[in-house]
Design a protein around this ligand. Structure first.
Ligand code: C2E
Ligand code: MG
Ligand code: MG
Ligand code: MG
Length: 289
C-alpha cells in the first residue's frame, strides 16, 4: 500500500477512485520527476485534463477559420504544467493515447456544437508520432468523429516536423492512410526539422505551420529573409500557410504583406477556454489585422 497513493477524485470520469501508478521502478529518474509522472498518470486516468483553443485567423479579415485544440493540465502542487513537458511524459509512461482520447472527448462535441451554431468549421488536432504509428489510430479517429456526426474532412491533423526524419518510410505510410481517409495534414513547427522539399510533397500535407521561432526573428533583416523563403516555399508548393507566434500588429501586417493567409498567436488570442474562443468566433478579430 505504501507504493500506491489513493486519490479520491471529485469529478472522476469512470471510476470514483483513482490510483497513482506504482512508482518504485521509476526511482532512478529522481523524486520530483517521478512524483510528477505519477500525478500526470492519475490526472489522465481521472480525466482531469482540459482543452484550450487557440484561434487561427484569416490575415485578410481577422475571421476565425479554425481553432487548434491544446491540452491543459493543472497539477495541484505545481500549477499549470506546459504540454511541452507533460505530452512527452505521457508518451513515456504509455498514456499518450489516453491523453489524446481525453482531448478528443472534449474537442469533438465542442466542434459539433460550433458547427451547428454556424461558427468555426475546422479543428486542428495535435498528434504525436507514436499515435500515428498505431495500426488502429486512423479507424479509431474516424469512429470517434462519426459518433459526433463529424467527418475526417473537419479535422486538420498536426504532426510536428521534428518527428519527420526518423522512420520516414513508416511515417509516410501512415500519413497516406490518414490522407486517404480524408484528413487534412499539417506539418507543425515547420522549419525546425529536416524535411526536404520532396518530402513535404510526399507527406501529403496540405498545410504548413511555420514555427514560432521564425516569427520571433522578424525584427532582424536575416529573420525576415528566412521568413520570405519559407513563405515562398509554401506558396510554391500550393500549401496553406499558417504562421504561428504572431505577437504584435507589426508582425501581423508584415506577414500579411508577404501574402501569408493565416495567422496564429498571442496578438490575436492566447489558447483560451471554449467559451472565450467562441466569443472570438462571433466577434472576429478584424481590429487585430
Ligand atoms: P504546438 O502545436 O506547436 O502549439 C503551439 C504552441 O505555441 C502552444 O503552446 C501555444 O500556446 C504557443 N503559442 C501560441 N501563440 C504563441 C505566440 O504568439 N507566442 C509564443 N511564444 N507562443 C505561442 P502549448 O499550448 O504550450 O503547447 C506546446 C506543444 O505541446 C504544442 O506545440 C504541441 O506540440 C503539444 N501539444 C499540446 N496539446 C497537445 C495534444 O493534445 N496532443 C499532442 N500530441 N501534443 C500536444
Ligand atoms: Mg500544433
Ligand atoms: Mg507549432
Ligand atoms: Mg510546438
Amino acid at each position: 500500500a505504501a507504493d500506491h497513493t489513493m486519490y479520491h477524485a471529485k469529478h472522476a470520469g469512470r471510476n470514483n477512485v483513482c490510483f497513482y501508478g506504482d512508482i518504485l521502478h521509476l526511482k532512478a529518474l529522481g523524486r520530483e520527476h517521478v512524483a510528477l509522472q505519477s500525478r500526470l498518470s492519475a490526472a489522465i486516468r481521472c480525466e482531469r485534463l482540459s482543452v484550450f483553443y487557440q484561434p487561427v485567423v484569416s490575415a485578410r479579415d481577422g475571421g476565425v477559420i479554425a481553432v487548434e485544440a491544446l491540452a491543459r493540465w493543472q497539477d495541484e502542487h505545481n500549477g499549470w504544467i506546459s504540454p511541452d513537458l507533460f505530452v512527452p511524459m505521457a508518451e513515456k509512461v504509455g498514456l499518450i493515447q489516453e491523453l489524446s482520447d481525453l482531448v478528443m472527448q472534449q474537442a469533438f462535441p465542442q466542434l459539433r456544437a460550433w458547427r451547428d451554431a454556424g461558427l468555426t468549421q475546422k479543428l486542428m488536432l495535435n498528434i504525436s508520432r507514436s499515435q500515428l504509428f498505431s495500426p488502429v489510430f486512423v479507424s479509431r479517429l474516424v469512429e470517434r468523429l462519426a459518433a459526433h456526426r463529424l467527418r475526417p474532412h473537419d479535422v486538420i491533423v498536426e504532426i510536428t516536423e521534428s518527428a519527420a526524419l526518423n522512420d520516414y518510410a513508416r511515417q509516410l505510410k501512415h500519413l497516406r492512410q490518414l490522407a486517404s481517409a480524408g484528413f487534412q495534414i499539417a506539418i507543425d513547427d515547420f522549419g525546425t526539422g529536416y524535411s526536404s522539399l520532396a518530402q513535404v510533397n510526399e507527406m501529403r500535407a496540405q498545410w504548413l505551420k511555420v514555427d514560432v521561432s521564425f516569427t520571433q526573428k522578424l525584427h532582424t533583416e536575416a529573420g525576415r529573409r528566412v521568413m520570405q523563403a519559407i513563405v515562398q516555399f509554401g506558396q510554391g508548393l500550393g500549401l496553406g500557410l499558417v504562421v504561428e507566434g504572431v505577437e504584435s500588429l507589426d508582425a501581423a501586417r508584415y506577414l500579411q504583406g508577404l501574402g501569408v493567409e493565416y495567422l496564429q498567436g498571442f496578438h490575436f488570442s492566447e489558447p483560451v477556454p471554449a467559451g472565450v474562443a467562441e466569443l472570438w468566433m462571433r466577434l472576429g478579430l478584424a481590429n487585430k489585422v
